[in-house]
Write a protein that binds this ligand. Structure first.
Ligand code: GDP
Length: 296
C-alpha cells in the first residue's frame, strides 16, 4: 500500500518525539531532519521536500509550540496539517454541467491504467445516478478498443466506437452526437496512450479538446513510476492544460512520492486514486485521509 515505508519511518520519529516531554529547538530540528530523509527516500520531489520542511520548521520551532504541554503532539499536528496542504487541502471533485452533456477526456501514457480507470470512473458516475457513455478514441491499438468494450461490459456501460479506421477527432464528435441522441449525460473519452510524450500525441489531444470542449481533462498516471509520473503531469499540463489527476496503482506503490509531489509541482489536484485492478477499486482522493494514513 502507498506510503507504507514512509508511514513506518515517520511514526518512529514521532514516537521518539512524544516520549521526550519537553522539547528543545534542537530536538525538533533533528526530528525534522529524519522527516526530510524519509520523504526523500519515499521519492518526493526534492524541491517540494525542502519547502515542506522549511514551512514546518517555521511553525514548529518557537516558544508557542515548545513550551506547550504536549510539544511532541503539536509538532505532529503541524506535520499533519502540512501533509494535507501538500496534497491539495480539501477533496477536489469533478463537476458536471448543469444541463446537457458533461464531456470528460481521459488522457495519459500507455500502461498508466487509462482504459481501466475510464471504466472505473464511468461506474462511479453511474452509481451517482447519471448516464455515462464510454467512447473509444484509441485507433492505434485495436486491442485498446476491445479492452474498453470488455471493461464497459463488466460495468454494464455502453461503449461507442467506430473501430480503428477513423480519425479520433471524428470519433469523439460522433460519440458526442450519439450521446445527445440517446440521452446520455456524461461522455468519457478514452484517448490514445503512447509510450512517450510526443508532439503528435499532444496535437491529437488538442484537436479532440477543441472539438468536444471537455469539462474535465483527467490525466491518468501510474504512482509506481514516482517522479516520472510528476514529470508526465507537468508536460501534459503545459501542453494541454489538465483539470485533475487520477493516480493509479497506489495499492502497489509503497513509496508514495508521486502522490505527495504532484499537486505542489503542477498545481493540479489528484481527484481520484486507483487502489487495485478490480473495476470497483477507484476512490475519490481525500488529502486528510491520506495524511492520517501516513501518520497512523
Ligand atoms: P492504459 O494502457 O493506460 O489504458 O492501461 P490499462 O487500463 O490497460 O492498465 C494497465 C494495467 O494496469 C492493467 O493490468 C490494469 O489492471 C492495471 N491497473 C490499472 N489501474 C490499477 C490500479 O489502480 N491498481 C493496480 N494494481 N493495477 C491497476
Amino acid at each position: 500500500m502507498a506510503f507504507d515505508q514512509l508511514s513506518t519511518k515517520l511514526q518512529d520519529v514521532f514516537k521518539q518525539l512524544k516520549s521526550k516531554g519537553k522539547l528543545s529547538d534542537k530536538d525538533v530540528k533533528l526530528a525534522l531532519r529524519e522527516v526530510k530523509l524519509a520523504l526523500l527516500e519515499a521519492d518526493v520531489n526534492f524541491k517540494v521536500v525542502k519547502q515542506f520542511i522549511k514551512t514546518i520548521e517555521e511553525r514548529a520551532v518557537g516558544t508557542e509550540v515548545l513550551e506547550s504541554l504536549t510539544p511532541g503532539q503539536q509538532v505532529i499536528k503541524i506535520v499533519n496539517d502540512e501533509l494535507v496542504a501538500l496534497m491539495g487541502g480539501t477533496q477536489s471533485k469533478i463537476t458536471f454541467a448543469s444541463k446537457g452533456i458533461t464531456p470528460i477526456m481521459m488522457v495519459g501514457l500507455q500502461g498508466a491504467g487509462k482504459t481501466t480507470t475510464s471504466g472505473k470512473l464511468a461506474a462511479l458516475i453511474k452509481s451517482q445516478g447519471k448516464r455515462p457513455l464510454l467512447v473509444g478514441c484509441d485507433v492505434y491499438r485495436p486491442a485498446a478498443i476491445d479492452q474498453l468494450m470488455k471493461v464497459g461490459k463488466q460495468v454494464n456501460i455502453p461503449v461507442f466506437s467506430l473501430g480503428t479506421d477513423h480519425n479520433p477527432v471524428d470519433i469523439a464528435k460522433a460519440g458526442m452526437e450519439y450521446a445527445r441522441e440517446n440521452n446520455f449525460d456524461v461522455v468519457l473519452l478514452d484517448t490514445a496512450g503512447r509510450l512517450h510524450i510526443d508532439e503528435v500525441l499532444m496535437d491529437e489531444l488538442k484537436f479532440i479538446k477543441a472539438e468536444v470542449k471537455p469539462r474535465e481533462i483527467l490525466l491518468v498516471v501510474d504512482a509506481m513510476t514516482g517522479q516520472d509520473a510528476v514529470n508526465v503531469a507537468e508536460s501534459f499540463n503545459e501542453a494541454l492544460g489538465i483539470d485533475g489527476i487520477v493516480m493509479t496503482k497506489l495499492d502497489s506503490d509503497n513509496r508514495g512520492g508521486a502522490a505527495l509531489s504532484v499537486k505542489a509541482v503542477t498545481n493540479k489536484p489528484i481527484k481520484y486514486a486507483g487502489m487495485g485492478e478490480k473495476l470497483s477499486d477507484l476512490e475519490p482522493f481525500h488529502p486528510e485521509r491520506m495524511a492520517s494514513r501516513i501518520l497512523g
